[in-house]
Ligand binder design. Structure first.
Ligand code: LAG
Ligand code: CA
Length: 432
């Protein structure tokens, strides 16, 4: 949506990535492009089976002390709660008396009223109980759905009341049948709730609204890659982690990869070896609905925005002859083992458990029912006879495309020789 723009020459970093999390209106006019460009992207993607999910910021508008013109040309004045581009006025914001903190900001994560009714880092808090606000947010969601988007990541859902979110979702249109969705299909929602067993707001409070981000998974995968013996406990219900059919899991995201929300014990593209192992294991194992990250290189500057042109608009992604990205883009999704493991995940989706588990601290392997078999090695190369649980036959190993023979008893000789891509995967019905 239209967002705050922080130009050069202020005391703040110029055009930081996080300016996008300060909405000015719901026009599709951002640093990434204009309305027509957005429509064109969504519809070209749908035509080739790629779905688009919008990162929707509907807990708040821009921060206090900010005023001027947004990325789409709308004027605004946060201190006056004035956002004519929507339009929102003072009545659309949470009444000050409903926030129990002295300075009006969220400052007590032990109190759900404080977390949800106060301003998150000074961002002006929308009053989600108001039918007018609910309708305006739903109109925004519907305008995206009508273009052809498939669903939403709801930013800062932890700071919204689940009942308010539900009302907004219920008012939203069904997906667009002209864009290839079946009739009467609801948008897919995943809610950003950072729950690390450290407050009054839990992922369980959002059951029934869709999927919920499970940030404890980020910690668990970091520890598990460091010490393989911890990998079988990656879903830990005793720790409060969301049920398998509710959890939305990922190795890192745009916040915790750079030390913002939910950071600590996070692996990223900056540790490529451990990162490959972590993403491969995540895509291989059955817990949760998985998301992979695709980044630009931010070096050590945790504020810097994406590669940009001289007018600060986002620069193009340049793809090299070997299918990788350049021009400042990292594109983890194009790293060979990550791309291939997405195929594996889709192929084994029907198998809900990990079976035939093997783990000696350096090699981890398991099957997914009889649909697929996965192995990875931390150091060195692998040559080992293991039970794959798969029907006899010849399979093409996903990363190397080498032929692999599964014997009549389900065993196979498993080899990994490339220490750069220390992953082995075979599955029924997938090609390398
Ligand atoms: C989220 N989850 O609940 C996002 O995933 C997270 O990235 C968002 O914060 C946050 N909610 C609000 O949407 C990001 C940055 C913040 C930034 C904020 C607004 O992590 O650092 O705050 O977006 O742009 C910035 C300044 C603050 C200032 C605030 C308001 O860093 O110092 O108080 O703006 O002006
Ligand atoms: Ca709120």
């Amino acid at each position: 949506m239209e967002h705050l723009v922080i130009p050069e020459g202020t005391s703040e970093p110029a055009y930081p990535w996080w300016q996008r999390y300060q909405p000015i209106s719901y026009k599709f006019e951002s640093r990434s492009g204009n309305h027509d460009e957005f429509v064109d992207m969504v519809q070209r993607c749908n035509a080739v089976g790629v779905r688009i999910f919008v990162d929707a910021v509907v807990n708040h508008m821009a921060g206090l002390g900010r005023s001027g013109t947004g990325s789409g040309g709308s004027s605004f004045d946060s201190d006056q709660h004035d956002f004519p581009g929507v339009p929102y006025t003072d009545v659309d914001f949470t009444p000050r008396e409903m926030c129990n903190s002295g300075d009006g900001n969220v400052n007590n994560y032990g109190d759900p009223e404080n977390v949800r009714n106060c301003n998150l880092v000074g961002l002006t808090d929308l009053y989600g109980a108001s039918s007018e606000v609910r309708q305006k947010v739903a109109d925004y969601f519907s305008s995206a759905v009508d273009i052809g988007v498939a669903g939403f990541r709801v930013d800062a859902a932890k700071h919204m009341w689940p009942d308010d979110l539900k009302a907004m979702m219920d008012l939203t249109n069904n997906l667009n049948t002209d864009q290839g969705f079946p009739a009467n299909t609801r948008p897919f929602f995943y809610h950003e709730v950072i729950d690390r067993n450290d407050g009054a707001v839990t992922v369980q409070q959002y059951y029934g609204l869709g999927r919920i981000t499970e940030f404890r998974y980020c910690q668990k995968i970091t520890w598990g890659i460091d010490d393989f013996s911890q990998l079988w406990g990656i879903y830990d219900p005793g720790w409060g982690m969301a049920d398998p059919d509710k959890a939305f899991v990922f190795v890192d995201n745009h916040d915790n990869q750079r030390g913002h929300g939910g950071a600590g014990d996070t692996i990223t593209y900056k540790q490529p070896h451990n990162y490959r192992l972590g993403v491969a294991f995540t895509l291989a194992q059955p817990y949760g609905f998985t998301r992979i990250m695709s980044s630009y290189d931010f070096g050590t500057d945790t504020d810097v925005g994406p590669p940009h042109k001289s007018d600060w608009s986002t620069d193009d992604v340049v793809v090299t002859a070997d299918g990788q990205c350049s021009n400042g883009w990292v594109c983890e999704h194009r790293w060979p083992s990550i791309t291939k493991m997405v195929r594996f995940r889709n192929a084994v989706a029907g198998a809900l458990t990990a079976d035939n588990k093997y783990n000696d601290g350096n090699v981890v392997a398991f099957s997914r029912g009889n649909l697929g078999f996965f192995a990875m090695i931390k150091q060195g190369t692998l040559s080992m006879n293991l039970q794959t649980g798969m029907p006899a036959g010849t399979y093409s190993e996903l990363v190397t495309c080498a032929d692999v023979t599964v014997n009549g008893d389900g065993t196979a000789q498993i080899t990994i020789t490339n220490e750069e891509e220390p992953i082995f995967a075979i599955c029924q019905g997938c090609s390398c």
